[in-house]
Design a binder for this molecule. Structure first.
Ligand code: BG6
Length: 443
């Protein structure tokens, strides 16, 4: 019989959770629709809850034919024989939608259950709580499976606008020559959410915004923006280049705040000192970036939702336009969400015989150019796991180094407060871009 390379057994650990319902299962339906997951593949939910196959299916919206191949198996014991009873599968992919404290014991249990070969493990973030725990998890995982079977997920890496950073930087000859401290004044990364912790108090209170967003998502944005050109687009080369940039990162200032009322949220400690907002300043101490501050601002319960990157350029050299007023700095804005785009904010001349300068926007808006919508990050990442492509996944050493670097910020300084729905006053002395001004440039 010919081997069917698109026939997978996909096991969701933590199948009753929110992530499975909101992200994973819709992504699996799409992958089935597009033929990446072939007919005859199965999806097995596992966990401690009791479900029948049909009550498990009912948890998910949509009526993809793949749903008929959804099964539920309580716990891991006997799972191998159970999967084998459903057919022969080229790969068994485990998606660990679980808290970090059980990653290792779960992987060990999978291995002990007899899953040896053709296994891929997808591990959610945060990968541990600090350097020591990340190291323990990595060491233990690598005793169970080789690095090529481990996929540490960071869904920011598969967002279209993030994938575009590499192309924008290295497939255009315009930008790379000025991508350094000679021309760039500062880099700003902004990730604001309007929602508070909602139903995730239990998870978030142990985690905080720095572990939840900075150690992983914002660090990945930072590295894609600042790394040197990789030797190739192969996973190993991209990972090596990111790692080299990360080695030079030094956090200089960290300010942590909590929104008022957070301590009354469900499953949050009444005396919690967990931060829901942070402002951080770092430098990248290498030849390319010496002296360029990088500002990160991230938080929940803020007045607007938006993830944006701003690259602010230094003023032009020379005195040609002295006496014509202040020339606004050139900026490149990467809009990651809620709408995606890249904007060049440059200076032009207003019509008329006088030289009146004004800023003007050159824009690449994904929504305008690609009317059909963009591929969801989880869909892309799961497809990459099925294909064995690790480019968009974080290596063991990178995740450990990233924890090491962020360590001084994890409990830095005195916790401040802010009122829900208000942007805290800046603590870094940074000249923050008003990203809202770019809100309707790409809708
Ligand atoms: C998750 C965090 O990784 O990313 C959440 O745990 C956060 O706290 C979410 O809300 C943000 O993701 P996105 O794709 O909505 O920016």
């Amino acid at each position: 019989m010919p081997i069917d390379f698109s026939k997978f057994a996909i096991v969701i650990l933590g199948a009753s959770g929110d992530l499975a319902r909101r992200k994973l299962v819709p992504a699996l339906f799409k992958l089935y629709e597009t033929g990446v997951i072939g007919k005859g593949s199965i999806v097995v939910g596992t966990g401690r809850s009791e479900f029948t196959d049909s009550s498990f299916r009912e948890r998910f919206e949509g009526d993809s034919p793949l749903k008929e191949n959804f099964y539920y198996h309580r716990g891991l014991t006997g799972l191998k024989a159970y999967i084998e009873s459903k057919g022969h599968f080229e790969q068994v992919v485990f998606f660990m939608a679980l808290p970090p404290e059980v990653y290792l014991t779960t992987a060990q249990a999978i291995r002990a259950e007899g899953f040896e070969k053709n296994v891929r493990l997808i591990i959610e973030k945060p990968f541990g709580y600090d350097y020591e725990s990340a190291r323990t998890i990595n060491t233990g995982l690598l005793e169970c499976y080789p690095e090529t079977s481990l996929f540490r997920i960071d869904h920011y890496l598969a967002k279209e606008a993030v994938l575009n950073i590499l192309v924008f930087r290295f497939a255009n000859s315009l930008f790379e020559p000025v991508w350094n401290s000679k021309y760039i004044d500062s880099i700003q990364i902004n990730a604001c959410e309007t929602l508070g912790v909602e139903t995730r108090g239990d998870y978030f209170d142990k985690t905080g915004i720095i572990r939840d967003m900075v150690q992983n998502h914002l660090t990945q944005l930072l590295l894609l923006l600042t790394m040197d050109r990789p030797a190739s687009l192969e996973a190993e080369d991209i990972r090596a280049s990111k790692l080299k940039a990360l080695e030079s990162v030094e956090y200089r200032e960290c300010h942590r705040r909590q929104y008022e009322g957070y301590r009354n949220e469900p499953r949050v400690a009444p005396d919690s000192v967990t931060e829901t907002y942070a402002e951080l300043k770092l430098t990248i101490d290498n030849d390319r970036w010496n002296g360029v501050p990088v500002y990160l601002r991230v938080g929940k319960a803020l007045p607007r939702r938006g993830t944006e990157i701003g690259i602010v350029f230094k003023p032009p050299q020379g005195f040609l336009f002295d006496g014509f007023g202040t020339i606004p700095p050139n900026r490149i804005i990467f809009k990651i969400q809620p709408s995606e785009g890249i904007i060049l904010d440059v200076t032009g001349k207003e019509p008329g015989s006088d030289v009146n300068m004004t800023n003007t926007m050159l824009r690449f808006c994904f929504g305008e150019k690609y009317a059909g919508g963009l591929t969801d990050a989880y869909q892309k990442l799961i497809a990459d796991v099925l294909a064995g492509n690790q480019t968009l996944f974080v290596s063991a050493v990178e995740t450990e180094l990233s924890w090491k670097k962020i360590k001084p910020c994890l409990s830095a300084g005195k916790l401040g407060f802010y009122s829900r729905g208000n942007l805290p006053e800046g603590s870094l002395g940074a000249d923050w871009i008003d990203f809202e001004n770019y809100g309707d440039v790409c809708m």
